[in-house]
Design a protein around this ligand. Structure first.
Ligand code: AMP
Ligand code: MG
Length: 423
């Protein structure tokens, strides 16, 4: 048996960063950028108004208040998007809208509410002049050129995962597309004569194919693009056909056929396509795993090598093994640098028994006490075929391989299945 860490290291050492591609920023949420982004411009590009108001010289309005306003002659107006065509002379004002470039000579903006602009607009008062009722500090309501970003500043470093705000930042520089690591195409192959595709009648002795769907959803949640290849029958020809059809993928995931059983031929078929290792990983569920690096058959070489992870067939084993081995692999090929699942320390409410020295990932329901302490209650049957208990849980409570049991009341580390925890 090999440890979880050894298995993971082997997978990680054998998956390669994908070649970066240029993508529209609108399609890049959650992707990792493959270039440093340096601004060539100032943001904002010019000194501009933070308010709708009047651009003035602060010295002209010093001491103004509602009882003792200053009167300035209005010499023009600047809307956002146009440039001022006048310089502010002493005892004049220029009406400016939010975002409008500040005219030369002005050093302060007085918002409309601190003037008699409303009376002027309604023609109750003189329309040539404006009364200023306040004397704020010099520079008030002026947004300085470059106060957000200076030319030459690196605003995003290679390796940054794009968030909505960073996509906005790229737009602010005028970028419409960017170099990112693409989403890997992940081929998903289920195998077993007993499997029926959902949406069609269930044959005698059959069960519906779960793994295609749960693994596809997991791949999407990791950021990959699933390619559904279908169900291979338990014969070499059928499986070989689906594996051969997956050569365009960046990663191939199979499920079932890897434990010791009569029809376990995944490993034999994969051998034809490249090197494989068959592992017993010290974890429960998810012990039997196959890892291969495929480059086609001797008679039909592929133009690239494609890693393959063969997961166990039981639906819970497939999903847990995917969480442990596939999730970090996908994060790595997409340029990620953080591979650890989020963990939470909790107080265990039920005991976890470790029967055979493997690391137990027990399905658990996390809750939070009013004092902020997390509690982990086991979700029910831990059989690797019991998917309902996984669907009801939000974490995997870990009993280390070195410990024979964790009693109720002990502290436990819980890996989050979803990386968000809404408690
Ligand atoms: P195997 O590794 O082929 O022996 O499969 C182990 C168990 O997982 C068997 O009970 C299978 O019926 C079940 N199984 C395998 N693949 C799937 C699947 N795609 N959906 C649901 N159950 C599956
Ligand atoms: Mg089978």
């Amino acid at each position: 048996m090999i440890s979880v860490e050894e298995a993971l290291k082997h997978v990680m050492d054998n998956v390669k960063l994908l070649t970066p591609i240029e993508k529209p920023i609108l399609d890049s949420l959650g992707l990792v950028i493959a270039e440093d982004i340096t601004s060539t411009i100032s943001i904002p590009p010019t000194d501009n108004s933070g308010m709708d108001g009047y651009a003035v010289r602060s010295e002209d309005i010093r001491g103004a208040n509602p009882n003792n306003p200053r009167t300035l002659k209005i010499i023009g107006e600047v809307a956002a998007g146009s440039m001022p065509d006048k310089v502010l002379e002493p005892m004049t004002a220029i009406r400016v809208m939010t975002g409008a470039t500040i005219p030369m000579g002005a050093d302060t903006v007085i918002k409309f509410e601190d003037t008699n602009d409303l009376e002027r607009i309604n023609k109750i008062k003189d329309t040539e002049n404006i009364l200023i009722y306040k004397s704020p500090l010099k520079g008030t309501a002026i947004r300085k050129a470059g106060e957000d970003i200076q030319p030459g500043t690196t605003i995003l470093n290679i390796g940054t995962k794009l968030t909505p705000a960073s996509i906005g930042l790229l737009a602010s520089l005028g970028k419409e597309s960017i170099l990112v690591y693409p989403r890997p195409k992940v081929a998903i192959i289920s195998s077993g004569n007993e499997l029926t595709k959902p949406g069609t009648p269930l044959g005698a002795g059959h069960i519906y194919d779960i793994n295609t769907y749960s693994l596809s959803a997991l791949i999407e949640s990791y950021g990959g693009t699933p390619m559904i290849m279908g169900i291979a029958e338990d014969n070499a020809e059928s499986l070989s056909k689906l594996i051969n059809g997956s050569r365009e993928a960046d990663l191939i995931i199979t499920s079932a056929g890897v434990s010791a059983g009569y029809y376990d031929l995944v490993k034999d078929v994969i051998k034809d396509y490249g090197s494989i290792s068959v592992w017993s990983v010290k974890m429960r569920p998810g012990k039997p795993v196959v890892f291969g690096v495929l480059d086609g058959k001797k008679t039909d070489r592929w133009d690239k090598t494609v890693p393959l992870i063969g997961l166990p067939g039981n639906p819970v084993s497939a999903m847990v093994a995917s969480h442990i081995l596939v999730r970090p692999a996908i994060q790595k090929v997409m340029g990620g640098t953080q591979f650890k699942a989020r963990t939470i320390e909790a107080i265990l409410e039920d005991p976890i028994i470790n029967e055979d020295g493997r690391r137990v990932y027990a399905r658990a329901i996390l809750s939070k006490n009013p004092d902020g302490q997390y509690r982990a209650q086991l979700a029910g049957s831990q059989g690797s075929n019991i998917l309902s208990t996984l669907a009801n849980s939000n974490g995997l409570a870990i009993c280390p391989e070195t410990v024979s049991s964790l009693p109720a009341g002990s502290k436990v580390i819980v890996e989050l299945i979803d990386q968000q925890l809404n408690l």
